[in-house]
Design a protein around this ligand. Structure first.
Ligand code: ATP
Ligand code: MG
Length: 261
């Protein structure tokens, strides 16, 4: 349907992203609630100004360092992440040598398989989280979301969780893992609980994360450690909110001036 959206439409990118989600909803990759979760993300993106901010770039750099330094990095994938950034997830896994694990909030066997086959069609060689034989549970959580792969998230030291739920993020953190979140809402429990929070749209953040990881891969590990140790996630979250406040103040002034003309 995206051919119907004129390129000069002010919400062009946002509308193309919606079409992508709808297409993958119809193919069983995206959950119904995933469409709603995206709407919450969009609202924050509107406030941010639909661009990658300076604090988000700092978080992306720290995330690249953490993934490169990890011994067992894992990228956790849900329906929205697979639909919106599948190809970038595979590229990132390749660059930082991470495993890819399907991990769902609204878990059904069909959706797991649909996500696995989407990722495989995009070039993923191995997708964890689907084979029942390796499924185990993390003690920290109730419900279906406890399920993890014994070869993946269970033994990971760093986990990238794009568009994750707060409970799971907190549980992974309590298990001592470095948790890297991508979340447009700097106030969500995920954003607050993660070790590194990239407050940006997954569609913009993932290509930048791949680029940064490829660049930093050439650097000595000691330098990566130094960069990571100077990273302050609370400062980044606070600056993300300040960015929105300042932008809204500027817009409020513009609205006022337009009315008095
Ligand atoms: P939490 O459980 O962390 O408190 P929540 O309950 O408000 O968050 P969920 O539905 O659990 O929200 O998770 C969806 C999160 O994903 C939201 O915080 C939303 O801002 C974010 N999100 C949705 N779409 C995108 C996107 N395209 N890029 C980045 N973040 C997104
Ligand atoms: Mg939630």
């Amino acid at each position: 349907m995206s051919w119907l959206i004129p390129k000069n439409h002010p919400r062009y990118h946002s509308l193309v992203t919606r079409e992508k989600l709808i297409k993958h909803f119809e193919s069983g990759v995206v959950a119904r609630a995933g469409l709603i979760a995206h709407g919450r993300g969009e609202a924050f993106d509107y406030l941010i100004g639909e661009e990658t901010t300076e604090p988000a770039l700092r978080a992306i750099k720290a995330a690249a360092c953490a993934l490169l330094l990890a011994n067992r990095p894992v990228i956790s994938v849900n329906g929205n992440a697979a639909a919106l950034a599948g190809e970038w997830i595979i590229k990132l896994a390749d660059v930082v040598n991470a495993k890819i694990e399907v991990n769902l909030f609204y878990r059904t066997k069909e959706r797991e398989r649909a996500i696995e086959s989407l990722l495989k069609s995009l070039g993923a060689k191995e997708v964890l989280g689907v084979d029942e034989r390796f499924q185990t549970t993390i003690p920290e959580l109730m419900s279906e979301r406890r399920r993890v792969d014994s070869r993946g998230i269970l033994i990971a030291d760093a986990v990238l969780v794009p568009l994750e739920d707060g409970d799971r993020t907190e549980a992974l953190k309590r298990m001592g893992k470095t948790v890297i979140a991508i979340d447009l809402n700097p106030l969500s429990r995920t954003a607050r609980a993660a070790s590194i929070t990239i407050v940006d749209n997954i569609v913009r953040a993932m290509p930048k994360l791949v680029e940064e990881a490829s660049r930093l891969k050439q650097m000595p590990r000691d330098e990566l450690r130094l960069m990571l140790s100077s990273y302050d996630n609370n400062a980044v979250l606070s600056e993300a909110l300040e960015h929105m406040v300042n932008r809204l103040k500027k817009l409020a002034g513009e609205v006022l001036r337009a009315q008095s003309k």
